[in-house]
Write a protein that binds this ligand. Structure first.
Ligand SMILES: *Cc1c(COP(=O)(O)O)cnc(C)c1O
Length: 481
């Protein structure tokens, strides 16, 4: 096939695709949140071999549109409340399209000087938001997990001599994201070196436990080297006591990492950034732009108080890259993290920020927090329902508790049924999580297009599920019996 001819065809298909996509997003609230895969789609893909000879681009394009993209959980649906929903804006999508069209190699200045400058400016701006001083820096990575891994590597290398690694210990809480333990494992720490501390009644790391744990470890000849604080835990949105943790880290010469993958975006709101006070004391911070800054996936930042701490861990200078070392101080993005070839993940964020401005993004955060507060207010008024956490940073946990006559096991079962029922209905998606051993319904309400009406109608539907009405009938029966 003639490439030029094929490119013309691609252009036509894409033009139509773009306008269908924009239409789709205009009415996304009418779609089911979860669109299960059709069996025949899956079986067509299963049967399709990777062909020795190619096929027509139009045929493959149509197949993919129908069999792949039409079945997916729409995390970006305004009534998707499970996990951390996607807040993606079409601005970010537009940035994706432009960036992948030109495919800049964002590893260093020489390969894309302006893209490199944009990412450097964004990192500087995010460091400023975090309250980091001159000399700070960072890098765009694919997500919070890799941001945590990158920061933990820098912490290890800054605080521990090679021969001391075996005696090192690190502190997290029972609410810390699983990617932290995973990252610690990847960089050579075993389970016995990770202290999982209890949380207080508000799901924040218990400071007395941290103090006593550090003292005990020191007395036992261990080397406490890092505390991982969360600014917005994924379960409840709770923020660990950042300022006290900062104090303890200074006192014992430990690295303070803040996992703000979810919650660091609250720095954009004048009202909610107070919740993150103390974040400026940290040595490193993970901040996902694909969580609450309207970005499509693959856009997160790892920030460090001293850029040199990343350089120490990640700089390597192979001979074939010598000609490309042109940034000031000779430090390129490839010196700050594990990747060499890297897409310019920051450009879509630049497009979004330039178009919306930071104030509107701050309002997005406030809107999300207010919706969780609205949900909590509705639940508090219902005697058969109880609030179990928050509302903190756009997350609220609650459950159906009936009239108090059900066992814990029965309550777990009925709340699981409620979650399944609302999710299967396609109207909204709500998953359960576990808090203090109880199954609860968790709502993360951060999507900017979610309305108050969406929240009210969703909770109404929860209260009208068959799971709930069945229990009510049983209760009435036992009361009249
Ligand atoms: C989502 C999340 C992560 C993991 O981030 P990914 O972008 O999914 O890799 C880490 N920590 C917290 C607190 C999160 O909410």
């Amino acid at each position: 096939m003639d490439t030029r001819e094929q490119n013309r065809e691609i252009g036509e298909l894409l033009r139509a695709f773009v306008s269908r996509t924009v239409d789709f997003y205009e009415h996304i609230e009418n779609e089911a949140v979860c669109r299960p895969a059709a069996e025949d789609s899956l079986s067509r893909i299963e049967k399709q071999a990777i062909p020795a000879g190619g096929r027509s681009v139009e045929e493959v394009f149509r197949e993919m549109e129908q069999d792949i993209y039409s079945s997916t959980l729409l995390g970006q649906h305004p009534r998707s409340f499970s996990c951390v929903p996607s807040t993606m804006s079409l601005l970010s999508w537009m940035g994706d399209v432009m960036t992948s069209a030109y495919n800049p190699h964002a590893s260093c200045r020489v390969n894309g000087p302006a893209a490199d400058l944009v990412e450097k400016k964004l990192i500087r701006w995010m460091c400023e938001k975090a309250g980091y001083p001159e000399g700070s820096g960072g890098l765009f990575v694919s997500g919070g997990s890799i941001a945590n891994l990158t920061a933990l590597t820098a912490a290890r290398d800054a605080k521990l001599a090679w021969e001391d690694r075996g005696r090192a210990v690190v502190y997290l809480s029972g609410q810390t994201h699983a990617s932290v333990s995973k990252g610690l494992h990847m960089i050579g720490f075993c389970r016995e070196q990770i202290r999982i501390l209890p949380v207080d009644e508000s799901f924040r790391m218990d400071m007395a436990a941290l103090q006593s744990s550090v003292r005990k470890d020191l007395a036992d000849g261990k080397i406490p080297f890092a505390v991982i604080a969360s600014a917005g835990t994924t379960n409840t949105g709770s923020v660990d006591p950042l300022r006290p943790i900062g104090g303890i880290c200074r006192k014992y010469d430990m690295w303070m990492h803040v996992d703000g993958a979810f919650g660091a975006s609250a720095l954009l709101s004048e009202t909610y950034k107070k919740e993150l006070d103390g974040i400026q004391l940290s040595d490193s911070l993970s901040w996902d732009a694909h969580k609450w800054m309207l970005q499509t996936y693959g856009c997160s930042a790892v920030l460090v108080r001293r850029r040199d701490d990343l350089v120490r861990s990640f700089a390597a200078h192979p001979e074939y890259l010598k000609d490309a070392e042109t940034s000031e101080g000779g430090v390129e993005f490839w010196d700050l993290g594990p990747e060499l070839t890297r897409p310019a993940r920051g450009l879509k964020l630049w497009l979004t920020l330039q178009t919306m401005g930071t104030e509107e993004l701050g309002r997005v955060v406030e809107h999300g927090c207010e919706l969780a507060e609205l949900a909590a207010g509705i639940i508090r008024k219902e005697p058969e329902w109880e609030l179990l956490s928050g509302p903190w940073l756009g997350i609220v946990n609650f459950r159906y508790r009936a009239d108090g006559s059900l066992s814990e096991a029965e309550l777990d079962a009925v709340n699981q049924e409620i979650s399944a029922e609302i999710t299967d209905s396609g109207f909204a998606q709500i998953f359960t999580t576990e808090l203090r051993g109880r199954k609860v319904l968790r709502m993360c309400t951060i999507h900017p297009e979610t309305t108050k009406e969406d929240i009210r109608r969703t909770i109404e539907r929860l209260m009208e599920t068959k799971a709930v009405s069945d229990r009510r009938q049983e209760q009435n029966k036992s009361r009249t019996a």
